[in-house]
Design a protein around this ligand. Structure first.
Ligand code: ZN
Length: 487
C-alpha cells in the first residue's frame, strides 16, 4: 500500500462545503469523502506551520518533540520520532515537497525522505499544479516499491490571491467602498502590519472594481480565501488523475488534512494562524482509497494530527514506538466502527504570537496566555461551538476551576516527559503580540503624533465629502467620480 499525505496550509475545516459551508468550495473533496472517511473533529495541538508539521510527521505532541514556536526552539528534542524514516526502513520510497525542506531549514523535516523538493522555499508561492507536477515526475521514475509522499500545498495560505479564473466565484463589487466599513478599526491598529504585511495592495490592484485606497470589507478577504480553497480542490482532482495515470490509485491511501486553520477576522485576529480558537485549531481530515473500508463514514470523535503517523504505521504493518502520543485511526477506516472513545482533555499551545496554552475538555475551551496583560478566555463548546461568547468575566468560579484543570493537566504532561519548565512560558520575549506596557513619555508622544495625523486625515476626508456634496447639489449626481476615487 502507498501513502500520499497532503497538507493544505491554513485550510479551515469549516470551509469544506460537504461539512455544511454554503459556498461550493470543495466539490472534489466532498466526492472523495463520500468514498472515504471524514473526521469532523480533527485538531492540531499547535500552530503555526513548523510545530504543526513536526507534530504531524512525528505522531508526538509539541511537549514531546519540543518544537512549540515558528522559530523556537531551533532543534527538536532527541526523542523526536520520524514517520518517513520509519517507513523508509520498512522499504518505502519517500518524497517530500515542502518549502521548509530546503538545506538551510529544518533537518528534522528532511529525515527519512529519499527525495526532497523544497518547492516554494524561494518565496515564489507555487500553486497546486506545480506540486502535482513534482509528484507526477517522481512517480514516473519510481520502481515497484511502495511509496510515501508528503506534500504541503500553499494555495490556501496568504495572500489569498487565487488564479484569475477563480477570482469572481464568490465576490462582486468594490471591496474598498467606505460604507462597508467592517475593517475600519483593523486599519487603525498599530499592529496591523503583523497581519497584512504588504500583500493587500497586489490583491487590491488585481481587483478591477477596487477604486479606493484600501480594502474595507472583511468579506472580500474571506471570499478570496474561499476562491483559493476551490483552486486547491481542483488541484486535488488533478492529483487523483495523476495517481490514476501512474496506475497507483487503487493501491494508494490519500489523506488530505491541514497543518492549522486560519483566523479571518474572528477574535480580532486577521488573516493569520495565531491564537488558539477553533478557526485555527480545527482542520479537515479525509482518508480515501486503499485501506478504507467504510465509504462515507463521518467520525465525530475528537482526533489530533498526532494520530496520523501511528495510523500510517499501523496500515503499513510497522509496530509504533512507545514514544508516540497519537493513536491509530485504522479502526475507524474498517468496515464496522469501533466503540466510541471518551473525550479526554487535550492541550494545545502556541509560542509564536501570544505564548498561550489551551485546554479542550468535553464541554469547554480554556485559553490561558503566559504573556502578562492578556485575559484568560473560556468558551462553552456545546452551547457556543463558534466560540463567540467568552464567559471568563461573567462566570469567575467556572473560569478559576477550568484554569486550575488546565494547569494540572499541563503539570502532569510536563512531569510525564521529565520536563521541569513550561516551554511556552520560556518563549516569552520571542512572541509577536504587543504587550500591555506602561505609558512612557515616548509612547505618549507617539500617540499624540498619530492622533494629529488621524485628525488631519479625517478633516481631509470631511472636506472631500463636503466638496462632493457641493458637486452633487450643483450637478444632481448621487456619486461624483472624483469623490469615489479618494475614498
Ligand atoms: Zn501553515
Amino acid at each position: 500500500m502507498n501513502f500520499v499525505l497532503v497538507v493544505a496550509d491554513s485550510l479551515r475545516a469549516d470551509r469544506i462545503s460537504g461539512s455544511g459551508y454554503p459556498r461550493a468550495t470543495t466539490p472534489f473533496l466532498d466526492r472523495l469523502a463520500e468514498r472515504g472517511v471524514r473526521f469532523e473533529r480533527a485538531f492540531t495541538p499547535v500552530a503555526p506551520t513548523r510545530p504543526a508539521i513536526a507534530t504531524l510527521l512525528s505522531g508526538q505532541s509539541p511537549l514531546t518533540h519540543g518544537i512549540v514556536g515558528k522559530r523556537y526552539p531551533r532543534r527538536p528534542r532527541a526523542a523526536m520520532f520520524s514517520l518517513p524514516a520509519a517507513l523508509a526502513r520498512a522499504g518505502f520510497r519517500t518524497l517530500v515537497v515542502d518549502g521548509m525542506a530546503d538545506r538551510g531549514g529544518s533537518p528534522w523535516l528532511r529525515r527519512g525522505f529519499g527525495t526532497q523538493v523544497a518547492l516554494g522555499a524561494d518565496g515564489s508561492r507555487p500553486r497546486a499544479q506545480e506540486f502535482n507536477g513534482v509528484i507526477r515526475d517522481w512517480l514516473a521514475r519510481r520502481p515497484g516499491a511502495p511509496f510515501f509522499v508528503y506534500a504541503r500545498y500553499g494555495d490556501t495560505h496568504t495572500p489569498y490571491l487565487p488564479p484569475p479564473r477563480y477570482r469572481h466565484l464568490f465576490y462582486e463589487g468594490d471591496p474598498t467602498a467606505r460604507n462597508l466599513g467592517s475593517l475600519a478599526s483593523f486599519w487603525e491598529r498599530p499592529h496591523r502590519g503583523y497581519f497584512v504585511d504588504g500583500w493587500e495592495r497586489p490583491l487590491r490592484e488585481a481587483w478591477p472594481d477596487a477604486r479606493g485606497a484600501r480594502i474595507e470589507d472583511v468579506g472580500f478577504f474571506r471570499a478570496m480565501y474561499d476562491s483559493c480553497v476551490r483552486a486547491f480542490d481542483d488541484g486535488m482532482e488533478e492529483l487523483a488523475a495523476i495517481l490514476a495515470d501512474a496506475r497507483a490509485l487503487d493501491d494508494t491511501l490519500l489523506v488530505v488534512t491541514a497543518d492549522h486553520g486560519e483566523s479571518l477576522g474572528e477574535h480580532d485576529l486577521h488573516f493569520a494562524h495565531v491564537g488558539l480558537h477553533d478557526c485555527v485549531l480545527r482542520v479537515p481530515c479525509i482518508f480515501a482509497g486503499a485501506g478504507v473500508r467504510a465509504a462515507g463514514r463521518r467520525v465525530g470523535e475528537a482526533i489530533e494530527l498526532t494520530d496520523l503517523a501511528p495510523t500510517l504505521l499501523d496500515l503499513a504493518g510497522v509496530p509504533p514506538p512507545a514514544a508516540l502520543d497519537g493513536r491509530s485511526l485504522a479502526p475507524w477506516l474498517a468496515a464496522s466502527a469501533p466503540d466510541p472513545r471518551s473525550d479526554r482533555p487535550r492541550l494545545a499551545c502556541e509560542a509564536t504570537y501570544r505564548a498561550s496554552w489551551a485546554l479542550r475538555t468535553a464541554t469547554h475551551k480554556t485559553i490561558v496566555p503566559r504573556q502578562p496583560g492578556l485575559p484568560v478566555e473560556i468558551y462553552d463548546l456545546q452551547a457556543d461551538p463558534g466560540e463567540h461568547r467568552d464567559l471568563a468575566r461573567s462566570e469567575p468560579e467556572l473560569r478559576d476551576a477550568l484554569v486550575r484543570e488546565l494547569e494540572e493537566t499541563l503539570a502532569a504532561a510536563l512531569a510525564a516527559r521529565g520536563l521541569d519548565a513550561d516551554p511556552v512560558a520560556a518563549a516569552l520575549g520571542r512572541v509577536h503580540a504587543p504587550r500591555a506596557r506602561k505609558r512612557s513619555l515616548w509612547r505618549v508622544a507617539q500617540r499624540a503624533v498619530r492622533d494629529v495625523v488621524h485628525r488631519a486625515g479625517a478633516a481631509a476626508r470631511l472636506a472631500t465629502g463636503a466638496r462632493g456634496q457641493l458637486w452633487e447639489r450643483r450637478n444632481g449626481s448621487s456619486r461624483p467620480e472624483a469623490t469615489a476615487q479618494t475614498m
